[in-house]
Design a protein around this ligand. Sequence first.
Ligand code: IPM
Ligand code: MG
Length: 354
Amino acid sequence: MPLIAIIPGDGIGPEVVLHARRALEHYRDERKLLLELWELDLGADRFLRDGTTFPRDVADRIANEASAVLLGALGDPRVPGLEYARDILFGLRFGLDLYANMRPVKALADRLVPLKDRAAKDIDFVVFRENTEGIYVNIGGQFKRGTPDEIAINEDVNTRKGVERLIRAGFDYAKKHGKKTVHMADKSNAMKHAHELWHRCFFEVAKEYPGIDAKHVYVDALCLYLVQDPRPFEVIVTNNLFGDIVTDLGAGLQGGLGMAASANVHYADSKRVALFEPVHGSAPPLVGKDLANPIASFLTVGMMLAHLGWPEEEARIESICARSIETGNCTPDVGGKLGTKAVGEWILNELRKE
Ligand code: IPM
Ligand code: MG
């Protein structure tokens, strides 16, 4: 039976995950999907209470027994250094070798699209962000800290294996979903060594997918094009840092961070445990105000159910979320007047009806 670890985390994380959890309970209890839920007390509160970040036994049980992890959000102003958050988030992404961070950018209603003359149908692409290397490996250091001569270095690690498997995931996805184009975004005009590897690797892998158009785009130009006309984009592959940045821009195109879901997967092996998280953070200013948009979490549950073998449930959840926007049963960030709890209830009710 699939075991799902749930880490509500910090800030608005528990407020939105509460509803995501109830959606999973609905699937378990009423639709009889075989799911076992395992809630974990990890995050800033736990760290401040007893110093725990991401314990070895929890990491081992997730790696050996879980099918999926649902993570709300991490980040708390009481722990400015965020060491515990990095331990948990990167412990999962790196520790489970979840090399593909899939972030769909899809607008669910015309009203959410901030671009003049563009409609929801014009915004529908997926970013495949490399998730286990790049500048996120945290190799580097500081020298002469606090002096006028100080030096700070963060190394950008790009391996042939890491780059190739992410690019291949993007093409495999495109092939499976009938997409015609894969774009690769890099900065090979400035970052000669690392991004020449990305460039070369991209066109080599592309040869194995003759039906798919492989296009290179510099990441700065990509940001320009996405705002001018996002229609040509279907699948974008890119490195860890650029993927982080481009997907926030993408969230802006789909109605904000409250609408953006993500999956972190070991793409080549769909049986391996995967991590699912809404793209938004812990949003300290919204905490306890019943203002957080739970839709990203519901959509994230949809991605999880698709990963576990129930893609029709992802479609169902997505269409209910779209209706919640269309009918105004949504939070103020997406033009509604309801609070987190009321939106959560509304979506759960629709889920129960169908
Ligand atoms: C994200 C976040 C994280 C990242 C932060 C919290 C480290 O911005 O998931 O997009 O950069 O990956
Ligand atoms: Mg980010």
